[in-house]
Structure formats: structure tokens, C-alpha cells
Design a protein around this ligand. Structure first.
Ligand code: ADP
Ligand code: MG
Length: 248
């Protein structure tokens, strides 16, 4: 009887999981559809705005309006990107690249955004991480999402420290990229939910950033860990395995 009860319980649980997975797949498809439809008009608005910016003589108030519009469009763009990314079929385009190069590209890409958040970034790197098989575009997405979160957490500005490290043999050789911020930290109570899709504490959040980041890192056979002390900032650590190769 007990076995039967147990089996019943397990069946019930797996049915729930299945339902949940189906729901997620549906939401994903729906979201991707909407995101797709929004993307084209949004791109067009963005381009026209930039060309207007070049031809108009704006006074200071108008310049501020313009700045806000630009920021809001960028925000919408990020949301759309995230939804598209969320519904993407899991496929990586692997290349032999040093993750350090991806870090540098990301920082270049985010230069203006970091400035507007008044966040400075320091990179601790003795030498670039070795080249490994990664999808640099996807990995960039991981860094963008983590840095974006850090910036949003540090409303009054602050700093991000990126530390790169290689773990040599005899333990599993790995490349480590650590991202620490000086934000408010993450309370124990929500730590478990962080990586769930659609979990957000922000009024305008999508809750997709970390779930996407985790998925991409796991697709690389890596790990994404978080440590945080409340009011002492947050550290996200990406661990990517270094494959055996002929030479070290
Ligand atoms: P979103 O940014 O849209 O809220 P994410 O998946 O990127 O979704 O993040 C989920 C939640 O994790 C955030 O709403 C926030 O509460 C928390 N979080 C993520 N990164 C940080 C960080 N660096 N500092 C504090 N809280 C964070
Ligand atoms: Mg986010």
C-alpha cells in the first residue's frame, strides 16, 4: 500500500512538472511571437530617432527628453531581446576564443550604459584566459545580463570588479570569471528563486536575465554560482571547463 501511495505521489509530481514545462513552452512561444512583431517597428523608431538627433538643434530640456526616450527605447529593446533569447532553440555556434576577449567586447558594448549608471568597472587579469570552445555571442549575453543586473542593483552608482582566474590541474581545469558588485546584495529568502524564469523583484523586470544566463552557461557545460551577503554586494561566478588539449 505504501509503495502504491509513493508511486501515486511521484506520478502526481511528474505530471505537475510536465504541465509546468508545457506552460513554459507555450509562454515562450507566445513571447517570441510578440517580441518578433515588436522588433521591426522598434528598429525603425530607433533609426529615425538617431537621424533626427543629428539634424535637430535641441535646447537643454528637449535634449533631456531625447535622452529619456532613447533610454526607454533601449530598455524595450532589451526586453524584446530577452524574450527572443528565452524562446531560442538551444544551439551554440562554438569557436575557439578566450573568454577574456568576450569580457572586453562586452565592456566596450556597455561603455555608455555603465557611464549612465555611474558604475565603474575594474578587470583583474594577470593574463588572458586560455582559448576554449565557446559561443562568444551567447557568452556575451551572459555578461550583459549580469552587468545589467549589477547596474540596476546599484541605483546610486558603484563599482563592478571582474576577476579572471584559471584553475589548473589536478582539480578539474577551469576558467573562472567572477563578477562582484557593490550593490545591496540578495536576501536569503529569494536566493533560490533567482534563476527561475519570470522571477523578478523589479517593477519593470522580465525575470528572464538570470534564467537565460544560467541556461547558456550550462549549455557550455559550465556553472553559474552566486554568493551574496546582504548589504555587502553580490558575486556571480561563471565556471567554464578547460578541455584537455595537447599542450597547456
Ligand atoms: P530582472 O533583471 O528582469 O528582474 P533577472 O533574472 O535578471 O530578472 O534577475 C532576477 C532578480 O534577481 C532581480 O529582479 C533581482 O532581484 C535579483 N538580482 C539579480 N542580480 C542581482 C544583483 N547583482 N544584485 C542584487 N539583486 C540581483
Ligand atoms: Mg536582469
Amino acid at each position: 500500500m505504501e509503495d502504491a501511495d509513493q508511486a501515486h505521489l511521484e506520478l502526481e509530481l511528474s505530471r505537475e512538472h510536465l504541465l509546468q514545462a508545457e506552460k513554459m513552452a507555450m509562454v515562450g512561444k507566445l513571447a517570441a511571437g510578440v517580441a518578433h512583431s515588436i522588433r521591426n517597428p522598434l528598429t525603425s523608431v530607433k533609426m529615425r530617432l538617431f537621424s533626427l538627433n543629428r539634424s535637430l538643434e535641441l535646447n537643454d530640456y528637449q535634449k533631456e527628453d531625447f535622452q529619456v526616450i532613447t533610454e526607454e527605447i533601449r530598455h524595450t529593446d532589451t526586453i524584446v531581446q530577452n524574450f527572443l533569447e528565452f524562446a531560442r532553440p538551444p544551439k551554440l555556434k562554438m569557436q575557439l576564443v578566450s573568454p577574456s576577449a568576450v569580457v572586453d567586447q562586452t565592456l566596450q558594448l556597455l561603455e555608455h550604459r555603465l557611464k549612465s549608471y555611474d558604475v565603474d568597472v575594474q578587470v583583474n587579469r594577470k593574463q588572458p584566459l586560455p582559448e576554449i570552445e565557446i559561443d562568444p555571442e551567447q557568452l556575451k549575453e551572459v555578461f550583459v545580463n549580469l552587468i545589467e543586473n549589477a547596474c540596476e542593483a546599484m541605483e546610486q552608482g558603484g563599482s563592478i570588479v571582474i576577476t579572471e582566474e584559471t584553475i589548473p590541474r589536478p582539480s578539474n581545469p577551469a576558467a573562472l570569471i567572477r563578477l562582484s558588485d557593490t550593490g545591496p546584495g540578495i536576501s536569503e529568502s529569494i536566493r533560490e528563486k533567482l534563476f527561475e524564469p519570470f522571477f523578478t523583484t523589479k517593477e519593470e523586470g522580465t525575470g528572464l536575465g538570470l534564467s537565460i544566463a544560467l541556461r547558456i552557461v550550462e549549455e557550455h557545460q559550465g556553472r553559474l554560482d552566486v554568493t551574496s551577503k546582504e548589504s555587502q554586494g553580490t558575486t556571480f561566478t561563471i565556471t567554464l571547463p578547460l578541455k584537455e588539449s595537447g599542450h597547456e
